[in-house]
Design a protein. Structure first.
Length: 141
């Protein structure tokens, strides 16, 4: 009887611990998207060029399709207020994507920029739009 009670208490304790871990993870994920401007796939603009951008943060993904007449990915996203940042020694330092802020100085988070799934070799404001290419911005910490 005593052994059964101990086993039952250990199982209950383990379940409470698992629920607590899952809850903490959900709060962190929801916290990032709490200030997001858009939480679903969206289309913007009416230009001749098409830019497809996947924004990923905390295991959530939203895809933006932007029609633009701009020449670079950065200019197209800035045109529609999808990104914001500040000029740094290496070009535009993106701090906000879709309303979600990443600030390395605060918590070592930043927005990584990808071209067809590979880490970009140039900044977003210098990357020319290429039809059929998928660009990515990923919250990284």
């Amino acid at each position: 009887m005593k052994q059964t009670l101990k086993s039952t208490l250990l199982i209950l304790l383990a379940l409470v611990f698992i629920v607590a871990l899952v809850s903490c993870n959900t709060v962190e994920k929801e916290g990032l998207w709490e200030n997001a401007t858009y939480r679903k796939d969206m289309e913007f603009g009416k230009g001749a060029k098409t830019v497809v951008v996947e924004v990923k943060a905390a295991d959530q993904l939203v895809t933006f399709t932007v029609k633009t007449d701009k020449d670079t990915v950065g200019a197209a996203l800035l045109e529609h207020g999808l990104i914001a940042g500040e000029e740094g020694p290496y070009g535009l330092y993106i701090k906000v994507v879709n309303g979600i802020t990443a600030d390395y100085d605060v918590d070592q988070s930043y927005w990584a920029f990808y071209v067809n799934g590979e880490y970009a070799m140039s900044g977003i404001e210098l990357t020319e739009i290429t039809e059929g290419t998928t660009y990515g911005l990923e919250y990284t910490k």
